[in-house]
Ligand binder design. Structure first.
Ligand code: GLC
Length: 439
């Protein structure tokens, strides 16, 4: 058994750590301007102008079954959709607002279709819910708000009642966790109470007290007891969520130093929402390495797609998912149920390789980032390995221990060396994996 113990939290995180790989979906009105999901505030777009998107939002090609099929093929085991992002627009039929998809040409509950489709493909269902809301009339004009530079911003913000907004959130979270069956993840986003504008002291950031986060969380737990909740309300829950960077070590609790359940969230390109002209798309190799790197330090990866406003995944997103599908079809055994290799093995990891190890400790996976010619030398491994094979095709890999015949004169096998003989040409898989059955 793995010797790593993660901090206990209220939600059911065991399946989550096993499954390792999920799909994030950022979809909303911002898919129409397709200039980042923050476009409303980045460009200070007034409500009347933003209403154009509401008026014309018509995802006529929305086919969540197709999304779900691609997610499953990519090896993703769970999914998290933006039911409401910072713009405030609701992708579900809420009775607490008119600002929802059912009142646009879309004319139907998009969250319902999403839930049904992904559930049918066997994925666990998550909801992202934005704490920030740039549409709600009671949400104060603060330093992230689209109206922050208006000359009468202070005037307009006066009388806005955060308590009413907090209640609105509780009502909506109640709807989301009541009307759609079992929900496994609730992903709140985000708090920034430390962020205050020195020139406009009334323009304060928001945190747990503003959200009435304690009550919000209690509501969610009452409705869905095992649900996994992230830490972004400013009240620590089940999930630590490093964003747009890859931790190089297992994430630890800031005070106790315990290992925690964590999930890196990442994008295929430089935006969460569909951004037509953004060109920094990650290469297939990078995408696969990001998944391996994450699991190699005990984390999960939540990889994002930003569907178009017509409701399909554009060709670049499809290609990125296909890269995962090609690799995961043959190599997922080094991901599911795997974690950081035991310290004594990790210390022996050769250059150009990344380890993961099965939870039960019986198998070690060596991911070959730099394909070696023609031998992989594993110092300290003699006597540890029962059998070795490539994971993608289950073909045996021969190895020698201590006595190493490929060495030319002048070099002898140092103690405990195990050498695996590899084919000269790298197998046709982006990152080949060696599976070692340990003794
Ligand atoms: C950030 C952004 C947001 C995105 C999220 C995903 O907090 O505000 O646009 O949804 O990260 O992690």
């Amino acid at each position: 058994m793995s010797s790593y113990v993660t901090r206990k939290t209220p939600g059911d995180t065991e399946w989550f750590r096993h499954d390792r790989f999920g799909m994030f979906i950022h979809w909303g009105l911002y898919s129409m301007p397709s200039r980042h999901e923050w476009v409303k505030t980045n460009e200070r777009i007034p409500e009347e102008k933003y209403d154009k998107y509401f008026k014309y939002f018509n995802p006529d090609l929305y086919d969540p079954k197709e999304w779900a099929r691609q997610a499953r093929a990519a090896g993703m085991k769970y999914v998290v959709l933006t039911t409401k992002h910072h713009e405030g627009f609701c992708m579900f039929d809420s009775q607490y607002t008119d600002y929802k998809c059912t009142n646009t040409p879309a004319g139907r509950d998009l969250v319902r279709e999403y839930v049904d489709a992904f559930r049918a493909e066997g994925l666990r269902i998550g909801f992202y819910y934005s704490l920030i809301d740039w549409h709600h009339p009671e949400f104060p004009i603060d330093n992230l708000h689209p109206r922050r530079d208006d000359p009468d911003a202070e005037e307009k913000s006066k009388g806005r009642d955060m308590k009413k907004y907090a209640e609105y959130m509780r009502n909506q979270v109640t709807e989301l966790l009541t009307n759609y069956g079992k929900i496994d993840i609730l992903w709140f986003d985000f708090s920034y109470s430390g962020n205050t504008n020195p020139n406009k002291p009334w323009m304060r950031g928001k945190g747990k007290d503003d959200w009435e986060a304690e009550e919000l969380i209690a509501t969610a737990r009452r409705l869905q007891p095992g649900i996994i909740i992230d830490n972004r309300t400013e009240i620590e829950q089940d999930l630590w969520t490093p964003e747009q960077y890859q931790p190089t070590a297992w994430v630890r609790h800031a005070e106790t130093g315990e290992l925690v359940t964590w999930e890196a969230c990442q994008t295929f390109s430089g935006s969460w929402g569909y951004y037509r002209d953004e060109m920094t798309w990650k290469s297939p190799e990078m995408l696969i390495q990001m998944l391996i790197n994450t699991v190699s330090v005990g984390g999960n990866l939540l990889m994002n797609v930003g569907p178009t406003s017509r409701g399909y995944l554009d060709y670049r997103a499809e290609a990125a998912l296909a890269a995962y599908a090609d690799w995961m079809k043959y190599n997922s055994r080094s991901i599911y149920g795997c974690t950081m290799a035991e310290p004594e093995l990790l210390a022996l990891c050769p250059n150009g390789c990344k380890f993961t190890q099965s939870e039960d400790g019986s198998r070690l996976y060596i991911h070959l980032y730099e394909y070696p010619f023609q031998y992989l030398e594993l110092q300290g491994f003699a006597g540890k390995v029962d059998y070795a094979q490539f994971l993608h095709d289950g073909s045996e890999l021969l190895f020698e221990e201590n006595k190493i015949s490929h060495f030319s004169e002048g070099r002898t096998a140092s103690d405990n060396m195990l050498v695996i003989k590899l084919p000269v040409v790298k197998p046709k898989t982006l990152v080949p994996v060696i599976e070692l059955m340990l003794k």
